[in-house]
Design a protein around this ligand. Structure first.
Ligand SMILES: Nc1ncnc2c1ncn2[C@@H]1O[C@H](COP(=O)(O)OP(=O)(O)OP(=O)(O)O)[C@@H](O)[C@H]1O
Length: 610
């Protein structure tokens, strides 16, 4: 009952007018079998009464009524289809927007990395690419169908009862048992689908990966196309086999359902025929009852509505669970949390420890670090030392497992409103995203919702060294940065990095106070990288910059360099101080300087960069 009410509410949410119209049409449709039975009965009665005596005019009325029933049936069918489509799209559009909003509302990303959360999202997103998956819109319409079916069954039973009341339970009870059994069969499909979510997700991702241009390169070069397709097929077969097996059992079950429902219908037909022969009813009544009985048999038919209702409700229930999980998360920190005060480029990590959810290894372990206002701070360390993790904590994407991060005048980052904090910082991640949007959109995403200022856009492009790249694009700023889009182009790795740097600088020049760059120049040639940093140093004003880089030739320009190792800062100082101390930084620098001089001596003027 609760589910039915919920589906009605969902239906109502599509718009009162459309909900009422579609309900009326569905009801009319369901009354048509009963109306047909009565009209056919009336027609047969009149024809029989004529008994070859002429007077054809007496059958005109039932004939006209029959035509009217046919017309109404046809009109209802024609009108209901677009209305149902509209209703479904409205409901599903709103549902998908709600799911996206909910998932996006989480201030951190730790939940998104959990398989359980991904399963919930898959269940809730109502993307009916699977046999058993249905959308809330489809479920609402199916719920309406079922309610209308029930009314249609009552009307048809009234026609049948004209002959004898006991025919109603005789036909109805086996049919209702069939409905129940079918419902249980469909429930098994939904449960099976739910149990297979993990494989489904893996197969989906694998398929998406295989058709992407990036993987297309690897696939061709290494020649693993056949292997990849075989793997995809195997995943598909493994997933489908239990569904086929369930179908096989289902087909056998259908025979039992037929044996349950058909004999009562035959008994009813025989009883009505015998009764008519014995003068218990007219031939017309017999025709009406038989027409209605057959309609009843088909009305309680295939159980598709039951599956649709069940599967669509599944998406709504998954949304509830998702709201529970993400809703809680979205409320940490509380929405009314204060905005921070003081300079955003003043940050202190106090004994910060961090272990990724679901793992046991502490990536950061009692880390103390101060990022001073206006300072250019470089963080270096070996692969896996935790540099990117530190940046994610600084961006508020994860909360420290222990310790705290104080920002501005000493406010705990965990208690601040995440959005307000992020407006004050500008971050380039190592694994940045290449958005299939225009060059302008790719950059202005750094400050969304604000009318782009062309002067600032140009300044950011100039400082990131993007201007020469833009000059070569066919449509300048408006060129889509994706080969798959009409008129689009793809950029080289270094050019993409310049786009992303431009985005970060654009955010910096429009209000951010702390620029965080995680390997921002790994793909840039040495000269471009040098020029970019020169300009950044000139134009950053009072903004702080945190730079992560393995290129120590870049890092040496920083005001201060810290070395991260074993989850803590192990060395800190200017380049000269660290070289003088002869620690790990000095050793790393010596190795790189030696390799650099060997590898680039002929292309870079001596002493220009080192
Ligand atoms: N989302 C994650 N879930 C679990 N563990 C993670 C996750 N991201 C990173 N790690 C682990 O955390 C450790 C630190 O990774 P991180 O990316 O911070 O290192 P890094 O210093 O930036 O390395 P690199 O120089 O190679 O970029 C690694 O052992 C890594 O496996």
């Amino acid at each position: 009952m609760g589910d039915t009410l919920r589906l009605l509410r969902v239906m109502w949410s599509a718009g009162k007018g459309i909900a009422v119209v579609i309900t009326v049409i569905r009801l009319v449709e369901r009354l048509i079998p009963a109306a047909t039975a009565m009209v056919v009965g009336l027609l047969v009665g009149r024809v029989t009464a004529l008994n070859g005596t002429g007077g054809f005019s007496t059958v005109l009325l039932p004939l006209a009524a029959f035509g009217a029933v046919l017309f109404v049936s046809h009109a209802a069918e024609t009108v209901v289809e677009p209305l149902a489509y509209l209703t479904q799209q409205r409901i599903d559009g709103a549902h998908r927007a709600a799911v996206t909003r909910l998932v996006a509302s989480s201030p951190t990303i730790d939940l998104l990395e959990q398989p359980e959360a991904q399963h919930l999202i898959q269940r809730a997103k109502a993307d009916p690419d699977e046999y058993t998956q249905r959308t809330p819109g489809q479920a609402a319409l199916a719920g309406l169908d079922q309610a209308a079916d029930a009314i249609g069954v009552v009307a048809t039973c009234l026609v049948v009862a004209q002959f004898a009341w006991w025919l109603v339970p005789l036909l109805l009870i086996p049919s209702l048992i069939c409905v129940r059994l079918r419902y249980r069969q469909r429930l098994k499909f939904v449960r099976l689908w739910r149990a297979q979510l993990d494989e489904l997700l893996r197969a989906d991702r694998w398929q998406e990966t295989l058709v992407s241009a990036g993987v297309g390169k690897d696939m061709r070069v290494f020649g693993f196309g056949d292997w990849a397709v075989r793997r995809l097929r195997r995943q598909h077969v493994v997933r489908c086999q239990p569904i086929f097996a369930l179908w096989q059992r289902n087909i056998c079950g259908q025979l039992w359902l037929f044996l349950l429902a058909a004999p009562p219908l035959l008994i009813a037909i025989t009883a009505v025929a015998a009764g008519t022969v014995n003068g218990q009813g007219s031939f017309a009544t017999e025709t009406a009852v038989l027409t209605a009985g057959a309609a009843l048999f088909t009305m309680i038919g295939p159980g598709e509505s039951a599956l649709t209702r069940l599967a669509g409700l599944e998406a709504l229930k998954a949304y509830d669970e998702l709201a529970e999980v993400f809703g809680k998360d979205a409320q940490r920190p509380p929405p009314a949390a204060p905005a921070h005060t003081g300079s955003s480029s003043h940050v202190r990590f106090e004994r910060v420890g961090f272990t990724y959810p679901g793992t046991t290894h502490a990536v950061l372990d009692g880390l103390d670090l101060e990022i001073r206002p206006g300072e250019l701070l470089a963080i270096v360390g070996l692969n896996g030392a935790g540099k990117s993790t530190l940046i994610k904590l600084l961006s508020g994407l994860y909360k420290p497992t222990s310790g705290r991060i104080l920002v501005g005048d000493g406010q705990d980052l965990a208690e601040l409103e995440a959005r307000a904090w992020r407006e004050r910082i500008s971050v380039v991640f190592q694994d940045f995203v290449k958005y299939e949007l225009s060059a302008a959109d790719n950059v202005t995403l750094g400050r969304p919702g604000v009318v782009p200022d062309p002067t600032v856009l140009e300044a950011a492009a100039r400082d990131a060294g993007l201007r020469p790249v833009l000059d070569r694009l066919p449509d300048g700023w408006e060129t889509p940065l994706a080969r798959t889009r009409t008129g689009g182009v793809d950029l080289s790795g270094g050019q993409w990095q310049q786009v992303v740097l431009t985005r970060a600088l654009y955010a910096l020049y429009t209000g951010a106070e702390l620029l965080v760059l995680d390997e921002p120049t790994a793909h840039l040639d040495v000269r471009t990288e040098f020029e970019v940093f020169q300009r950044l140093a000139e134009h950053r004003d009072d903004a702080g910059v945190v730079l992560i880089s393995h290129r120590l030739s870049t890092v040496r320009q920083a005001d201060r360099i810290v070395l991260l190792g074993g989850g803590r800062i192990t060395e800190s100082g200017s380049h000269d101080e660290l070289i003088a101390s002869g620690g790990d930084y000095a050793k790393m620098f010596a190795i790189q300087a030696e390799r650099f001089q060997q590898g680039y001596r002929h292309t870079i003027e001596e002493g220009e960069l080192l």
